[in-house]
Every structure is written in C-alpha cells, then in structure tokens.
Write a protein that binds this ligand. Structure first.
Ligand code: ATR
Length: 270
C-alpha cells in the first residue's frame, strides 16, 4: 500500500480523494489517498510528517507557494508557475515539486477539440491561477496570449516574464474589444458571482470558445455572459480539475488513468 493525500486548509470538501480513489480502482493500484488538513502556520511540519511514509501529495489553497519553497527539486513548469500542486518523494528521499494545473487545462481543452495552435487567446486575470497555466498553454503554440487584468501592472509583469515562450501582450479590460478565438477566465471574480467589465465584441458569435477555470452546477457567471454573447462553446474547470489529478497520478504511479468516466461521475454529483 502506498500513501497519498491532498494538503489544504480548508480541505474537507476537496474532490481530489474521490478522483484519485476512482483512478486507483480503474487502474488496480493499491493506494490510499486522504485529505490532509495542515495548520495555516504548520505546513512544512505537516509535509515532513506525512512523507515519513507517504509517497506523494497534492497541494491546494493556500499552500501552493509554500510547497514551491520547500520542494528539493522543481519541474520546469513548477519553476515557471512559482507554485507546486504535486509533491513526489523520490528514491533518495528528496521531494520533487511539480505543477500539473496547466497540463490539466490544456488537456481538457484538447479533449474538447479546442485547437490552441495559431489561435488568439485572451486570459482574464493575472494571479497565481493564471501564472500556473501559462507555460503549458504557450507550449501549444498559440499566435498570441493577451493577459487582461484589473490591475494592469500585474498583467504586464506576467507578459514580460513569459515573453520568451511566445507572443504575450497585456491589457486593462477597457483597452480590449477585438474578437478573439478563445477566452479563459482565470480571475477569482466568479467565486463572488462577479464578472470583469468585458466588451461585448470580444466574443465572435459561433466562433469564440469560452473557458471558465472555475466550475459550478449551473453555468458560471462568466459562462452565462459568454452564452449571451453567442459563444460557440462554453466549458468550465471541472475537466481541468480531473485532468490535473490524472497528470499527478501519472507522475506518482507511471500509470495513466482514463479521466473521462471520472469526470462524468463528478459532473453527475455536482
Ligand atoms: P488566484 O490564486 O485565484 O489567481 P489571486 O492571485 O489573488 O488568486 O488572483 C486573483 C485574480 O482575480 C487577480 O487577477 C484579480 O485581479 P487584480 O490583480 O486586479 O486584483 C482577479 N479578480 C478578483 N476579483 C475580481 C473582480 N471582482 N473583478 C475583476 N478581477 C478580479
């Protein structure tokens, strides 16, 4: 039996234990996967204790930056993200920090037949969630990634930091109105039912695909707006959640689970 889990605070409502237990069942892996509540000021101690016999852990809010700081080695994508959502104990006892969030987003988009190569992508938000997905997104070769943010300086900073990986631009919400191929909402505005002030002309009817990194039972506020503008398709972040988990499961076990039936089950339970 190998031991895995997810660190967070709060953590009781995390869907990760269900997702990983379903992956384990599907692939006949003998693993245990538990929610791991760490004290807000006790993350390093909780990690040290868990990894005395644990093999791997996911990390969620608010510990991803601390996990980045304490990992002994970092994957390329975690270095870019400056955040770690997956820890793996290596054979020498050291901890590898990875970030599977961006791969989760990209895989979910590709599963839904959304082509990213050569496309103009607008990303809303310039916080940790957006930073976490930029490297894998740029690796798909979009024509341009524009980051729009309420605080424009943060968008400009991110655009500068990732400019070596692709054509990056930055904007305030009121600077942009030209239609784009794909809009990804990475702001935390949806959490409070708010929407950034977006021009109606950003969505080209029956063409633009809109993706909200948040998810909910009913369409998110952003996806409702997108549907009103005639978006070709709206997708939400539940697929990203399952795909980032599949990527972590693969890192730990070298076995790739099939995310599709797990996503279906989670969707039915929302
Ligand atoms: P996360 O880890 O979820 O990315 P974060 O780093 O605090 O959290 O970033 C939150 C993002 O949502 C930021 O881009 C923030 O905009 P600012 O940088 O201008 O603060 C954005 N955001 C949050 N609430 C918003 C709202 N009501 N309208 C527009 N943007 C909002």
């Amino acid at each position: 039996m190998k031991y895995y889990g997810v660190f967070g605070n709060p953590i009781a409502h995390s869907k990760s234990p269900l997702i990983h237990r379903l992956f384990a069942e599907q692939t006949s892996q003998q693993i245990s996967y538990e929610p791991l509540l760490a004290a807000l000021d006790g993350f390093p101690e909780a990690v040290a204790q868990f990894f005395s016999n644990g093999s791997g852990a996911n990390v969620t809010v608010p510990f991803k930056e601390q996990a980045f700081a304490l990992a002994d080695q970092l994957s390329q994508r975690a270095q870019r993200a400056k955040a770690v959502n997956t820890l793996k104990k290596l054979s020498d006892g050291s901890l590898l920090g990875d970030n599977t969030d961006g791969a989760g987003l990209v895989n979910d988009l590709l599963n839904n037949n959304v082509v990213l190569a050569g496309k103009k992508i607008l990303i809303l938000g310039a916080g940790g969630a957006v930073r976490g997905v930029l490297e894998p997104l740029l690796a798909q070769g979009p024509a341009e990634v524009c980051i729009a943010n309420r605080t424009v300086e943060k968008a400009e900073q991110l655009a500068r930091e990732f400019a070596d990986l692709g054509h990056m631009t930055a904007a305030g919400y009121d600077w942009i109105d030209a239609p784009v191929d794909i809009i990804i909402n990475g702001t935390s505005a949806s959490l409070s039912g708010e929407l950034p002030p977006l021009a109606n002309t950003l969505v080209k009817a029956d063409h633009t695909v809109c993706y909200d990194m948040m998810y909910s039972k009913q369409a998110t506020v952003f996806n409702q707006w997108a549907q009103q503008q005639g978006a070709a398709r709206t997708l939400d972040g539940l697929g990203m959640l399952v795909e980032q988990a599949a990527e972590a499961f693969y890192l730990w076990t070298a076995v790739r689970p099939n995310p599709a039936p797990v996503l279906q089950q989670l969707r039915a339970q929302l």
